[in-house]
Design a protein around this ligand. Sequence first.
Ligand SMILES: [Zn+2]
Ligand SMILES: [Zn+2]
Length: 138
Amino acid sequence: MPDLNIACHCGNVKIKLTGDPVVDLYCHCKDCQRIAGAGCVPYSVYPEAAVEVTEGKTMRWALKNNPRTRCANCGTYLFGHPEGMGVHGISAYLLPAGTFKPQLHIMCDDALLPIKDDLPHFKGFPPSLGGSDEKVDW
Ligand SMILES: [Zn+2]
Ligand SMILES: [Zn+2]
């Protein structure tokens, strides 16, 4: 995939994404529910080194342990950094239409609302992200 240049809602923060995502997924964990006010959050997961904030002022905070980054002006949620995994989960709402290609659901044990589709629904993290192969039965 060609490099992507994305921006927050107000346009102050610009981010360059290099190369292909590791995986596109939906996270159903309680932290993502709280920070997004949503049932789950779509993420395009990139290696840390592939994500560069090229412009604008960001605000970094943590609900619990995982640092998350927003635009300091408009508050758009930009990405999260799950600790010790070497990746950034880019909020897929920021990507150009048609770019996000979800492959799986994670943290489904915490789900508020099951999403029934043909993708695998992992209870926690999948094996490719250091977790187990256990799935929920939706
Ligand atoms: Zn902004
Ligand atoms: Zn989450």
